[in-house]
Write a protein that binds this ligand. Sequence first.
Ligand code: GLC
Length: 754
Amino acid sequence: MKKVTVVIVAIVSVFLWNACTPVKSGGQQDEIGQKVEDLLAQMTLEEKVGQMNQYNGFYDATGPAPSEGDAKNKFEHLKKGWVGSVLNVRGAKQVRELQKMVVENSRLGIPLIFGLDVIHGHKTLAPIPLAEAASWDLEAIKKSAEVAATEASAVGINWTFAPMVDISRDARWGRVMEGAGEDPYLGAKIGVARVKGFQGEDLSAPNSIAACAKHFAGYGFAEAGRDYNTVDISTSTLFNVVLPPFKAAVQEADVKTVMNAFNIMNGVPSTGNAFLQRDILKGKWGFNGFVISDWGSCMEMIPHGMAADLKEAAMIAANAGSDMDMESYAYVKYLADLVREGKVSEDKVDDAVRRILRVKFELGLFDDPYKYCSEEREKEMLYHQDHQDAVLDMARKSIVLLKNDGGLLPLDKKQSGIAVIGALANDKNSPLGSWRIGSDDNTAVSVLEGLDKYCNYKYAKGADVAVGDVSFTYDVTINETDKSGFAEAIALAKKSKVVVMVLGEHGFMSGEGRSRANIDLPGVQQELLEAVYKVNKNIVLVLMNGRPLALPWAAENIPTIVEAWQLGTQSGNAIADVLFGTYNPSGKLTMSFPRTVGQCPIYYNHYSTGRPDVKKEVFWSHYTDEENSPLFPFGYGLSYSKFEYSDLKVDDSDSNNIKVSVKITNTSNIDGEEVVQLYIHDKAASIVRPVKELKGFEKITLKANESKTVEFAMTEKELGFYDIEGNFVVEPGAFDVMVGTNSQTGLSGSFDLK
Ligand code: GLC
């Protein structure tokens, strides 16, 4: 048996909480810094404030856009140079028109920066980010962001409002589809990969765009998973769970922008939160990009109960370090007066404008304001075959095999008697997922189209998931009553050898404003599944969903379950490749799947509590009607291969370099990939630590019957944590360690940190 040693050295980069000062004039200025100063010196106060003003384009709205009143002044403000950025403009032609209007009419001709939510692709769509995260493949994730940047930059966009790096533990929240799941360590790694994919090595390159780490901060902790709801978390959770992905995006990937959040943090709306934006982001972390508000979040400080009116909101936001105002019209209407009245110092305005101008210079917009507006490039790059190949690779790697009892999978191409049931199998729109502002509808490869390349099958819809029109902006109407297709589906299942059932959520049932109080199969699909099961138990359930679903009956009864998320343009091809074994599934969940919505929020890296142990009496932390454990845990995913872990070794002789190694053997005759995961538990510390924390992972390929030894090295960066003042501390003591195939299964050891 071949033995190969793979050494993984945890990247050691100690983040010093140095008190960097914001970007200011004076001192050693680089060339761009000097250009910024020269330009700033020429600007009037109104022109400076103009740079801090972002309007929605005239083609799309991703928020409650005012249409009358202030909105009608947009073109006049553009010509006066009172607008720094526009979002939701689509197409090189429209971008060129708006850029021309500003560059050729305003006094200083400062170019606009064009932003768009390029969340998982522009025209060629990758899997939704929660699916991509399940690949644990940082290179593939980075490549996916590069493809998105290439297509977005080809249509005039130079700034994406991505990656969303919000950690979330509550499947009821619709925006879990947009993030990387429940773990801050993995979330940070994925956030860095995505920022680097968007921004490239050189931000001025034609296919690089500025990225945006969002939503700063804590948006994923909305109470009860209800979007925009109150966030009320501890400083320990803020520093140890919420902030690490943002800090990594700033300090490891040099993200150029950060978007603040709709929610309050410790009672103060993020947009008006100087502790978050000035003390931490711009102060301790030394962030030198700019902060964009979320849509209307400046104005929303009024309903939050923070500001009496829009002028006060503008004052609070500007003083708190919110550099650009998205669609509140607060800065453009009041900021100049607030400066004249001495309520906002011009220094703060200058600091914001410096940050904004710097990004525009770094993008090369002053050298050529139209560099992103080539209609030829638009034609050449959109839907390019290279992009199809990249998103197909990403989609395959994102699929998670949850169950395969009895080995129904992989299917045999020569197999006859295959039935396919479920409306989503024939849907070319839903698999594209939510948050696809720039895409074209119905451009996904459907499951049926993917299967066409492999086999003959018979199809029956069974039942629709959604009825009527579906859109990004309005609620999906779910089919709760129409079972007229059941009889045909049941009859087909009865005479078939194996039934592939494609069930789940419509792509627009997750995303912004899409929280669900129930997270089961929507509509009549559970009934359909049980009805088919009654006549044929050989079911391969393919799930298409934007969040963890609670599927206890399916997990108990259905022999084979494949988590196929919403995989984007190449969805059907990726699913077919996995079902027929062309690609051996390798994905692992990055969010726990609950047994029931009553368990939410549920996550692996929870605290122990004082009563964790099972007792005969009722006096321990549990439910009387449900287990504590999830249906499928964080890090879980099967393969067609079988992997065996052995020979765990822990070397704690050097407290600055704790070494852990383990041997993994592929005991099957099928080549496959395994994500080897390293977890620790700091057993006693000055604040309690989670029962498990992911502190390393490596996705390895193992040929049939091959073994490899994977080695991890942990330094203080992996072993320390933030105390309630936000100081990074490393405390000696006893640690448990586990290396395994998911957060619940592996080989355990321990070490002493001296
Ligand atoms: C939305 C979202 C934010 C997005 C912005 C612009 O409300 O919260 O993530 O980037 O507005 O569309």
